[in-house]
Design a protein around this ligand. Sequence first.
Ligand SMILES: [Mn+2]
Length: 207
Amino acid sequence: MRENGRLGPIEWANAGRPLPGENTSGDRKIAVALDDAAVFGVIDGLGHGPAAASAAMRAVDAVQRASGERLEVLIQLCHRVLAGTRGVAMTLARVDFEARTLTWTGVGNVRANLVSKDATGVRIRSSARLAAGIVGYRIPEIRPAQVVSLRVGDLIVLASDGIAEDHLDHIDFAASATVIADHILTKHAKETDDAMVLTARHRGAST
Ligand SMILES: [Mn+2]
């Protein structure tokens, strides 16, 4: 499960695989183009196997159909359409090209970090605030998504909990989004769960 592409100024890639022994993954990615923006996400259907995959795919479908809505609205929408499924953890990140902003929010444990390079080295500049809950089963009142300014070169990394906590150590910041995603999956995927990482990099000019 590897894909990559370019949406406006954003170069993105994802890398994922099911729990060893499973044929289908409950971890799914979203990369959708809007007029002057893009929406990215990682969705982790609870557990693993076909039931996890079908819950995650239903959420992906709901987001894709309504991708221009605010992120809080998209999560509410997923919560409704996932009733009766085992539910998902999900984090969404929207990049507005003109405003150069990153807006993100999540429910559950799909982590999202903004990694920047400055004079002192590579560091995590911001992390998405995640609410406790299970989309499709019980979610808190979704607070307005956080907005962060985005700079050329910045790297957004979304990772399901099948990727180990320390996955941002030793990132080769000179590498492409594809190479970084592959590296994180290869080095940090846990043997006990589905795994998915999505990387998105601001490359400046859109052509
Ligand atoms: Mn998981």
